[in-house]
Every structure is written in C-alpha cells, then in structure tokens.
Write a protein that binds this ligand. Structure first.
Ligand SMILES: [Zn+2]
Length: 132
C-alpha cells in the first residue's frame, strides 16, 4: 500500500477504529471535543481516486463513528469532506471530518475556528479511547 512518510493520515498517532480500507483517527487539532477524522488507508487526495470498495468502507466506519458520537457527544453532527483547496481541503490525504455540534457552540465560521485550533489534550485522547 502506498504510504507517504510525512503524511499524518498515513501514519496516524491514534487510531480509534480500524477497518479493511479505512480508519477513524484522533484529530490532533480538533475544533472541539469529539471532532475526529475518517480516512482511507491509501494516500489519495480525491474521491475519484478511491475504489468503490474503499468508498463504501469509509462510509461504513464513518457511520459507526457517527453512531458513537451521537451516543456520547451530541445528536447534532457535521460530517464534512472538503476536496481541493478552494473547497477547504488543507491536507493532501483525503479525509472526512466528524464534528459533534452543540447549541451555542459558536462554530459558525468553521474555517476561522479550525485555523486557530490547538493540540488535543491527553485527557481528551483518553476520553475518546474510552468511548470507542
Ligand atoms: Zn497519506
């Protein structure tokens, strides 16, 4: 499998769910608690580069993670895929953001909020590992 040495999604620090072609990983700079990522294992930058099997596998782990977030974080979620820089893709490796939302969370301007993120705490990583 093609891996990019410097890619954080090819070499994730914390894996929450592992499937055949994809995984759920800890987002090291979450917008808020529970903001995690669904990534294909293969380094691709566009949906069209995925096989149908990889796409369905990604959808499967995404649903699994969304179900868990709904129970443990919030019934309100954003599930986002940004393809291309003009669409907000900031890292080459294709990924889907799963973001629990809360009333009044002030997450309106997503791009601004995501730019100012700080690194996830060890406590939050431990909390995520508990619920997954
Ligand atoms: Zn990668």
């Amino acid at each position: 499998m093609k891996k990019h040495v410097d890619c954080p999604f090819c070499n994730p620090d914390y894996v929450l769910v592992e499937a055949e072609y994809s995984r759920i990983i800890v987002n090291l700079k979450p917008g808020q608690f529970g903001h995690i990522l669904a990534v294909p294992k293969r380094h691709v930058s566009r949906v069209s580069e995925l096989t149908m099997e990889e796409w369905l596998d990604l959808a499967m782990v995404e649903k699994h993670a969304a179900d868990i977030l709904e129970i443990h974080c919030s019934q309100q979620l954003n599930l986002l895929l940004n393809q291309g820089p003009d669409a907000g893709q900031t890292l080459e490796h294709l990924h889907k953001n799963l973001i629990p939302r809360h009333e009044g969370d002030n997450f309106v301007n997503m791009q601004r909020v995501l730019k100012d993120r700080s690194r996830i705490s060890e406590d939050d990583i431990a909390r995520l590992r508990l619920i997954f």
